[in-house]
Ligand binder design. Structure first.
Ligand SMILES: Nc1ncnc2c1ncn2[C@@H]1O[C@H](COP(=O)(O)OP(=O)(O)OP(=O)(O)O)[C@@H](O)[C@H]1O
Length: 750
C-alpha cells in the first residue's frame, strides 16, 4: 500500500516553511499586433495553480513488489512507440481535437443497427454520415485534427491526441487532455483502457517516466492528485477519508485554488498506478440504461511537474519550470433514464456539460470576433475548475468519443458540434520557467544540502556519540535518502524492463510455495491480482496451444513431406492453368469487340471490291472494243489509200490520154493559168502529191468541173471519212469513273 509520510517540516531546519506552495508563475498574454484595442484588453490569464493546503508526503518505504499497470496484470504500458519522433506544439495553438468512433457494442449488434459514420483512411481527419441526404445537415463533412476509426487502439489515441501535450507539460507548458462524449461512447475506455490496451492515462505516465529517463540534464519532482466532481461537489479521491473540497479565488485574477487537495509525490510508474487504482475504486459509477459501469462524475487526474536544469540560474537563483498535466474524464451527457437516482445525477452532469458548451462557444466567439465577452465560468464547478486552462493558459487536447450506431446519431452530431466549437478557441499558453526560491523542488534541494552539511559536520566531530544522537543521525540519513529519491533524474528512475527482469529472477522453491502475503492489501487489489493471474494463465494456455499446433504441423518424415510438396505443386499448377484460362477470357472479349467494330468497315470494303471487279470487266470490254475499232480503222485506211491510188491513176490516164484536155507543157496551157485548179479544190482527202499531180497536168478549173464527178463517185465510192465515225464505239466506252462507286477519301480504307 502507498503509505503517507509525515509532514516535511523537520526539526533540523525550522526556517524553511513547508506551507503548501503554489508555483509562482508569470503568465503573460501575447497579443498580436493586428488585434483590435478591444482584443488587447483580453482578460489576463490566470495562474494555473491549485493551492495545496494539505500536503501529503510520499511513502518513506518504497514497496518492492511492483505490479504492472491496470490491475497489476503484468501488462506494462509499452513506451517503445513513444520514443519515435519528438512531438512539439507551438506555443500559440488551437485546441487539438480528435474524434474517436468506438466499435458497435453487443446491444447495437443484437438490434441489428448499422455503423452510420463514414471515415476514409485516406482522409484521416474527415468524418461524415455514410448515407447523409444531399444538401441537408446530414451531408456535412466534419473536419477535425484526426478521426480514429472503431478499430483504433488506445495507443494510437494516445500518440494522436495526448503525446505532444505530455511532452509540452514536461517542457513547462500547462497541458490539459480531456475526453468528451455521450454516455457509453468510450471516454473511460480511452483514458483508462483495459489490461491489454492501456489507455491514455497509463500511457502518459509511462511516457513521463520514459522522458525522465531520457533527460540526463534535468531534475523532476512528480506529484499526483485525483479528484471527482459529483453532483456539483468536489471530492478528493486520494485522501485517506472521503473529503469534500472547496474552490477558492487565487491571488491572481482567474486563478482557482482547490483547498485541501491531496497531492502525493511519486517516484515510479507503479506508485502512480496504485494511486489511480485507489481513486478509481472510490469514483462514483453506476449502471444506467446504456452503460453498466457509467461514470457518474467528472474526474480530474493532475500531475504538477516542476523540473529544473541544475546550474541554469537567473540572478543567482535556480530556474524552475512549473507546469501541470491534467487528464480529465468527463461524465457523459445522457437522456432520461429509468432510475431516479441516475436522473438526479444526470441533471447535474447535463447542467455542467451545458455550461461547458456555453463557455466554449463564448471563447470561440471571442476568438473569432476579437472582442471581450462575459464567460460564465462560475455557472458550474466544472467550468470553474477548468477556467485557468480554458482562458488560454494551457495547451488543450480533446478526444471526443462517439457511438457508431444509427441509434445515437443525434447525440453524436451534438458531440461533433461541440468539437467544432472547440476548434475555434484560441490558446496562448506560455512556458513557465522562473527563478523561484519557493518552488518545492528548490526547497527539497535546499533541505538536501543542509542535511548533507549537517551530517558531514557530525561525522567530523570526534566526541563520543550518545545513543540519542545516533538515532538522530539515522533519522537524518533516512530523511536525506527520502528527499533524494523524490528528486527524479535519469539515473534514479527505475525502468519497467529492469522491474520485469527483477520479476523474472528465479525464486527459491520455498518462496514459490509460500508467496509473501500482504494482509494490508485491499480486496479490490487482490481481485485485480487474481484477474491478472487469470489473464496470465489464459495467455500461457494460448501459447501452449499454439506450440502444440506448431508441433503437430511439423513434417513427420521426409517422404511424407515430399508427397505434401508434390500435392502443393499440383495444386499450384491447377491454379496456374485456371489463371491462364482466365487470362484467355479477356483477350477473347477484346477480339469480339474489335470484330464488332471492324465488321461494318469490312462489308463496305467488300462492296467496293465488287464494284472494282465490275469496272475491271468493263475496262476489258472497252479495251477489246477499242482494239477491234482500231483494226477496222486500219483496214479502212488501207482501203482509202488504195482508192486514192486508183483515182490518181485514173485521173492521170484521163488527163494524158483525152485530147480535149490541154497538155500542161503546151504553150496554150500557159495562157489559161488563172483558170488552173488550186490545191484546195480537191478537198482534204487527196494527198498533196496527188493534187500537185493534178495541177501539174495543167487541168483548168473549167475542165475539171466538167468532169463527171458522179462517175468518179460511182467508180471509187465515197472518199469522205466523217468526224462522227468514232461515235460508233465511243458511245459504248466508259469514261466516267463515278460509275465505280468510289468517292473522295476512300483510299484510306486500304
Ligand atoms: N474503443 C473501444 N474498444 C472496445 N470497447 C470499447 C471502446 N470504447 C468503449 N468500449 C466499451 O464500451 C463500454 C462503454 O465505454 P465507457 O464506459 O468507456 O463509456 P463512457 O463514455 O466512459 O461512458 P459514461 O459516460 O457512461 O461513463 C465499455 O464496456 C467499454 O469497454
Amino acid at each position: 500500500m502507498f503509505a503517507r509520510s509525515p509532514p516535511l517540516t523537520t526539526s533540523f531546519n525550522p526556517n524553511i516553511s513547508f506551507e503548501p506552495n503554489s508555483p509562482q508563475t508569470e503568465v503573460k498574454m501575447k497579443v498580436k499586433a493586428s488585434l483590435t484595442s478591444e482584443a488587447r484588453i483580453r482578460p489576463t490569464p490566470s495562474k494555473p495553480t491549485m493551492k495545496l493546503l494539505k500536503k501529503v508526503m510520499p511513502s518513506s518505504e518504497s514497496e518492492t513488489s511492483l505490479q504492472g499497470w491496470v490491475g497489476g496484470s503484468g501488462v506494462v504500458a509499452s513506451t517503445n512507440h513513444l520514443q519515435e519522433g519528438n512531438p512539439q506544439l507551438a506555443p500559440t495553438e488551437n485546441v487539438l481535437v480528435t474524434v474517436r468512433i468506438r466499435p458497435l457494442n453487443e446491444t447495437e449488434i443484437r438490434m441489428d443497427t448499422d455503423g452510420v459514420w463514414h471515415h476514409s483512411p485516406l482522409e484521416h481527419n474527415v468524418l461524415k454520415l455514410a448515407r447523409g441526404r444531399e444538401g441537408t445537415r446530414d451531408d456535412k463533412e466534419w473536419v477535425f485534427d484526426r478521426v480514429l476509426p472503431p478499430n483504433s487502439t488506445n495507443s494510437s489515441a494516445y500518440t494522436t491526441s495526448a503525446r505532444a501535450h505530455v511532452k509540452a507539460a514536461m517542457d513547462g507548458f500547462n497541458s490539459v487532455c480531456f475526453a468528451y462524449g455521450q454516455t457509453a461512447s468510450g471516454k473511460t475506455y480511452t483514458l483508462t483502457g483495459s489490461p491489454n490496451d492501456p489507455g491514455i492515462i497509463p500511457l502518459a505516465i509511462s511516457d513521463l517516466f520514459s522522458q525522465i529517463r531520457h533527460s540526463p540534464d534535468r531534475e523532476f519532482l512528480l506529484r499526483a492528485s485525483y479528484l471527482e466532481l459529483y453532483n456539483e461537489t468536489i471530492l478528493d479521491l486520494l485522501s485517506p477519508e472521503p473529503r469534500e473540497l472547496s474552490l477558492a479565488e487565487g491571488k491572481k485574477k482567474g486563478e482557482v485554488v482547490i483547498n485541501g487537495l491531496t497531492e502525493c509525490a511519486v517516484r515510479a510508474e507503479d506508485e502512480v498506478r496504485r494511486l489511480l487504482r485507489k481513486g478509481e475504486e472510490r469514483r462514483k459509477v453506476g449502471g444506467t440504461d446504456w452503460n453498466t459501469r457509467s461514470s457518474r462524475s467528472h474526474c480530474v487526474f493532475r500531475t504538477p511537474l516542476p523540473t529544473r536544469t541544475p546550474g541554469k540560474k537567473n540572478a543567482g537563483t535556480q530556474m524552475t519550470r512549473i507546469s501541470t498535466l491534467s487528464i480529465i474524464d468527463l461524465a457523459g451527457s445522457e437522456k432520461h433514464t429509468s432510475s431516479k437516482e441516475r436522473n438526479a445525477e444526470g441533471k447535474h452532469i447535463n447542467q455542467s456539460l451545458l455550461t461547458l458548451k456555453l463557455v466554449i462557444s463564448k471563447l470561440a466567439d471571442m476568438a473569432s470576433k476579437r472582442t471581450v465577452m462575459h464567460v460564465p465560468y462560475r455557472d458550474s464547478k466544472l467550468t470553474r475548475l477548468l477556467q485557468p486552462s480554458l482562458s488560454g493558459d494551457a495547451l488543450i487536447s480533446v478526444i471526443c468519443t462517439i457511438s457508431p450506431s444509427s441509434l445515437n446519431v443525434a447525440e453524436s452530431m451534438s458531440t461533433l458540434a461541440f468539437a467544432q466549437g472547440l476548434k475555434r478557441v484560441v490558446l496562448r499558453a506560455e512556458k513557465k520557467e522562473l527563478a523561484d526560491p519557493q518552488a518545492l523542488i528548490q526547497q527539497y534541494q535546499n533541505e538536501i544540502a543542509e542535511l548533507r552539511a549537517l551530517l558531514r559536520e557530525r561525522e567530523g566531530q570526534e566526541t563520543q556519540v550518545t545513543k540519542a544522537e545516533k538515532q538522530n543521525n539515522a533519522a537524518l540519513e533516512k530523511r536525506l535518502g527520502e528527499l533524494r529519491s523524490l528528486i527524479l533524474t535519469s539515473g534514479n528512475v527505475r525502468s519497467p524492463s529492469i522491474e520485469q527482469e527483477g520479476e523474472a529472477r528465479p525464486l527459491s522453491p520455498t518462496k514459490l510455495k509460500y508467496p509473501r502475503l500482504d494482509y494490508g492489501r485491499s480486496t479490490a487489489e487482490l481481485q485485480e491480482d487474481l484477474h491478472a493471474a487469470e489473464l496470465k494463465v489464459t495467455a500461457q494456455e494460448e501459447e501452449l496451444h499454439r506450440l502444440r499446433m506448431a508441433l503437430e504441423a511439423r513434417p513427420v518424415n521426409a517422404d511424407q513431406r515430399i508427397v505434401e510438396l508434390q500435392n502443393e505443386i499440383s495444386q499450384l499448377k491447377m491454379i496456374a492453368d485456371d489463371y491462364e484460362r482466365h487470362l484467355a477470357e479477356p483477350s477473347r472479349k477484346v477480339r469480339e469487340d474489335v470484330e464488332r467494330e471492324w465488321s461494318g468497315r469490312v462489308e463496305k470494303l467488300e462492296r467496293q471490291l465488287e464494284t472494282k471487279a465490275i469496272w475491271a470487266i468493263r475496262l476489258d470490254e472497252n479495251i477489246r472494243a477499242l482494239t477491234e475499232e482500231n483494226k477496222g480503222l486500219k483496214s479502212r485506211c488501207a482501203e482509202a489509200e488504195n482508192t486514192v491510188a486508183l483515182i490518181k491513176d485514173w485521173l492521170f490516164s484521163a488527163l494524158t490520154e483525152d485530147p480535149s484536155i490541154p497538155n500542161p507543157s503546151s504553150p496554150h496551157h500557159q495562157t489559161s493559168l488563172d483558170e488552173t485548179v488550186s490545191v484546195s479544190d480537191f478537198g482534204p482527202t487527196l494527198s498533196v502529191q496527188n493534187k500537185e499531180t493534178l495541177m501539174a497536168g495543167g487541168m483548168t478549173r473549167a475542165q475539171f468541173s466538167r468532169m463527171d464527178l458522179a462517175t468518179l463517185s460511182e467508180k471509187f465510192g465515197s472518199l469522205t471519212m466523217g468526224r462522227g465515225s468514232r461515235k460508233m464505239n465511243g458511245g459504248r466506252m466508259l469514261r466516267d469513273e463515278s460509275c465505280f462507286g468510289f468517292t473522295e477519301g476512300d483510299d484510306d480504307i486500304f
